[in-house]
Design a protein around this ligand. Structure first.
Ligand SMILES: NC(=O)c1ccc[n+]([C@@H]2O[C@H](COP(=O)([O-])OP(=O)(O)OC[C@H]3O[C@@H](n4cnc5c(N)ncnc54)[C@H](O)[C@@H]3O)[C@@H](O)[C@H]2O)c1
Length: 345
């Protein structure tokens, strides 16, 4: 009980810091801080020219531990063979940046070929090249270098998704697994939430997940091949974050989680597994910069997390690899929360 009242007091303090700017619906620096991954400006540019990319000169995403996949290092680091993604082709939407980028890196380290899908194709291309270069550098004797490609799609547009899937199949020959990480949040009080923004949010987070899932499922069913999908939800789909007001996002992420369970049941007969990963507060390049500028805010947020720290994007590498690999072949319809214990308090 004592810890709950400390948390409540702390979130009240945070609300008083951020409420005023958020209520205007025009995010100031503090309102942006309360939005832990606002990508509002992305929708101003269609292809490779997002304003958020231009305006926020973010530091590069820190690269994960060395991508050693040479045979000698596999022998040194024994693990179950069923965790390997060798020979599989994975698609990651929203893969040019943030969590999607780091999860894609994890899949490549685990042996997969990768198709990075993003509205920002220029960045996706840059990251694909960087990923291959790093792999070559870390694995000078490697006999096989994974294939990493970049593709444009607006996940909320059915034609764009279909064209993208066809492009991936043309380059890779097949798709085995999917991670849907394209998504964003915005903070407005519900009564002031512009309806066009609410629709856009649902289009990207919910429709975008559905459109990619059904396109990949059709492809798998045509091939009569088993496959695995991971939808990136959020702990916001199970709890209500404080103090930032984001009702449509929370509801959208609850929809994503339940869509994963529903499709898991519907497609189990075809050997297609569908699971959800629900991250808590993660330190991406964007949130890192915001919190570096607002150390009090960081203290307040972390006080709500039992592990006492925000997550790192690399914390998602293991969970996503597990769920896409044969190591989880009897796991479907699950929601794996990666939140430092936030949702169980
Ligand atoms: N960062 C967090 O703390 C956190 C916590 C919980 C859940 N999430 C979820 O994780 C996912 C990734 O978040 P992030 O922090 O990495 O965000 P991010 O903004 O860093 O990256 C999102 C990527 O998605 C792309 N994208 C956005 N809209 C798109 C569209 N319509 N079509 C194609 N690509 C599009 C962007 O270009 C960008 O590269 C989101 O679904 C988010 O809701 C994030």
């Amino acid at each position: 009980m004592a810890s709950r009242s400390i948390l409540r007091a702390s979130s009240q303090a945070l609300r008083s810091v951020t409420t005023a700017p958020i209520r205007t619906g025009k995010p100031s620096a503090l309102a942006a801080a309360a939005s832990f991954h606002t990508t509002r400006a992305l929708f101003d540019g269609k292809n490779g020219s997002s304003n958020s990319q231009k305006n926020n000169q973010l530091p590069p995403v820190p690269l994960p531990a060395p991508m050693r996949a040479s045979q000698s290092s596999i022998l040194r680091r024994r693990t179950l063979a069923s965790f390997s993604l060798e020979g599989k082709t994975s698609v990651v939407t929203g893969g040019a940046r943030g969590l999607g980028l780091v999860m894609g890196q994890g899949l490549v380290i685990s042996g997969a070929n990768l198709a990075i899908v993003d509205m920002n194709k220029e960045e996706a291309e840059r990251q694909a090249t960087e990923l291959i270069n790093l792999y070559r550098k870390e694995n000078p004797g490697a006999t096989r270098v994974p294939k990493v490609t970049a593709h444009f799609a607006d996940v909320s547009d059915a034609d764009s998704v279909q064209g993208c899937i066809e492009g991936i199949i043309a380059e890779h020959g097949k798709i085995d697994s999917l991670v849907t990480s394209a998504g964003f949040t915005e903070n407005y009080d519900a009564i002031n939430y512009p309806i066009d923004r609410m629709r856009k949010l649902w289009n990207v987070n919910v429709d975008g997940t559905f459109l990619f899932a059904i396109s990949v499922a059709k492809h798998l069913m045509e091939r009569k091949a088993a496959g695995s999908m991971v939808f990136i939800g959020s702990m916001s789909g199970s709890i209500v974050n404080v103090p930032q007001p984001q009702a449509p996002y929370n509801a959208a992420k609850a929809a994503v989680r339940h869509m994963a369970s529903s499709l898991a049941v519907e497609w189990a007969h075809a050997g297609i597994r569908v699971n959800c990963i629900s991250p808590g507060y993660m330190l991406t390049a964007l949130t890192q910069k915001i919190l570096d500028d607002n150390p009090d805010l960081k203290r307040q947020w972390t006080s709500l997390i039992p592990q006492g720290k925000m997550g790192q994007p690399v914390d998602l590498m293991g969970p996503v690899t597990f769920l896409l690999s044969d190591a989880s072949q009897y796991v479907t319809g699950a929601d794996l929360r990666v939140d430092g214990g936030y949702t169980v308090t």
